[in-house]
Structure formats: C-alpha cells, structure tokens
Design a protein around this ligand. Structure first.
Ligand SMILES: C[S@@+](CC[C@H](N)C(=O)[O-])C[C@H]1O[C@@H](n2cnc3c(N)ncnc32)[C@H](O)[C@@H]1O
Length: 213
C-alpha cells in the first residue's frame, strides 16, 4: 500500500469519525504550552485505544512514553467510566511536567499517575502479571529490548499494543534508520512469540494489537 493510499484512507476516516471524538489531538496540542515535544498519536489511534478500553475494561493500564499526555488522557476519559487506572512512564522532565498540567486541565489527574524515569530501568523492575493492558509508545529502539518484560508483566488475557509498527513499510528519512531497524526486529519477535496472538493494523503509523495467551 502506498503512503498516498494510506493518507487517503486516513482523510476518509477522519471525515467520518473526526467530529465524533470528544478529545481532538489538534485541540489538545494547541492548548499545550510547551511545544518541543515528541509527536503524539493520531486521532484514529486514540479512538482505537478508547475502543479497546471500552471492550476490555482493563483495570491496570501501563503506558510507556507519555510525551504531553494525549494518548493517556484519551484512555483516562474511558477508564474513568469503569474505575481503571493508568501509570505512564516518561524520561523527559519537560514532557512529564507538561503532561501533568494537561492531566489536571483535562480533569484526569486522579486516574493517571506519571512515573518519571527511564523505562529501561522501570519496566524490568515491575512485578509479573501486574497489568491488564500495556501501550508501548516510547523510543522505538526500546521496543525489542522491553518486549519480554512487557509480556511478563501483562496478565494472561491482557492486551499489548505498540504504536508505529508500520515504520519498516514506510518511506522514512534515513535519520530514522535506527528506529526502523528496531521496529523490524520487534515485529519479528512479536509474530514469533508463542505467548502472543497479534495483528498489525494500518492505523496511524501502524498499531500492533496483541493478547497474551
Ligand atoms: C511518541 S512519544 C509518546 C506519545 C504519547 N504516547 C501520546 O500519544 O500522547 C514518545 C515518548 O517516549 C519518551 N521516551 C523515550 N525514551 C524513553 C525511555 N527510555 N523511558 C521513558 N520514556 C521514554 C519520549 O521522551 C517521548 O516523550
């Protein structure tokens, strides 16, 4: 599928669903004071996260990579309805500070807790089977390195989601080569993992959705 075709699909989907989202990425970003952040998920990806939460009602949610907190806020608005809680890990102090302000502004600061620090230290230290849903959206080079720990800390029947997993199929600037290589390796390991049932959806820049068997 060409990047152009993907763009056309995205526009059509946005025309259909854009007006129905209570929280829009553009608006969320425009209200954010600090602008030097790593990009956040697209509206269609946020809708998928919300839909999965509504279907599964995961009580304990872990996000790896907060940025300014758009995806965490999107999930929190649904998690609040059934009593779910989110922990989100961020290594950049400015991003974590801005996310905190955004959670307060959106009224979800009682649902989302930011864990400031490096996921490479934090995730391996978490106990087995402690989360019902994990959303991996940090630096792509962390994806293969943290995959086994993500599976370990996920409960059986829990959902694992990873963003940007279509990077290897996209025409990206060579400066992204390191990230692309990591995602290629991650995708290979996910599809080979006996403990996961998964698929890769062409939403945003690709979203892998898996369940722990
Ligand atoms: C793509 S952004 C996250 C976007 C966010 N999930 C959203 O859609 O609203 C990736 C974030 O991961 C953070 N990050 C990168 N390496 C990290 C690490 N080792 N530990 C924790 N966070 C990390 C970056 O600072 C960045 O803010």
């Amino acid at each position: 599928m060409s990047t152009n075709a993907l763009e056309m699909y995205r526009e059509y989907i946005e025309d259909l669903y854009g007006g129905r989202s209570a929280l829009r990425q553009k608006e969320f970003v425009s209200k954010t004071e600090w602008k030097n952040f790593v990009p956040v998920v697209e509206d269609d990806s946020a809708r998928l996260l919300q839909l999965l939460l509504r279907m599964k009602k995961p009580e304990r949610i872990l996000e790896i990579g907060t940025s300014i907190g758009f995806s965490a806020t999107s999930m929190a608005l649904v998690a609040r309805e059934y009593g779910g809680k989110i922990t989100t890990v961020e290594v950049d102090a400015d991003a974590a500070e801005q996310a905190k302000r955004n959670f307060e502004r959106s009224g979800v600061d009682d649902i989302v807790q930011i864990q400031f620090g490096d996921a490479r230290q934090i995730i391996p230290a978490l106990p087995d089977s402690s989360f019902d849903l994990i959303f991996q959206d940090a630096d792509k080079r962390l994806y293969p390195a943290l995959l086994n720990d993500c599976i370990r800390i996920l409960k059986t029947g829990g959902i694992f989601i990873a963003d940007d997993t279509l990077f290897p199929a996209m025409e990206l600037d060579p400066k992204w080569d390191g990230q692309v290589k990591a995602v290629r390796e991650f995708n290979r390991r996910v599809t080979a993992a006996p403990g996961l049932e998964s698929t890769l959806l062409p939403i945003g820049d690709g979203m892998t959705v898996a369940v722990k068997k």
